[in-house]
Design a protein. Sequence first.
Length: 118
Amino acid sequence: MNEQDLQSFRERLEKMRSDLVEDSEETVHEMREENNLYPDPSDRATSETEHINLLRIRDRERKLMSKIDEAIDRLSNGSFGICEECGEEIDIERLNIRPVTTFCIRCKETLEAQENKS
């Protein structure tokens, strides 16, 4: 992978991170504003259900954010795009689809097959 590819991935990961932070801040702001808008108990219950779903999404995004941070660290230390299992270079097509991945497709399939057997 050349320097231009690495820089492109860095920019993409930083943009992903920035978007997640922005979405998170927006959710908190919206939840604060909506807090007392619904005097009707069923409307309030619907709103709270929506909040719970949003918080679940944000929790998944929080986990993704830590993976993004780890990928940025790998870019900095030169290990980005190297499979943690076999040490081979991860195909750029795979990295384009999932830039936070740490396994090549072959090793990931093997790990998933082992997990399914368990």
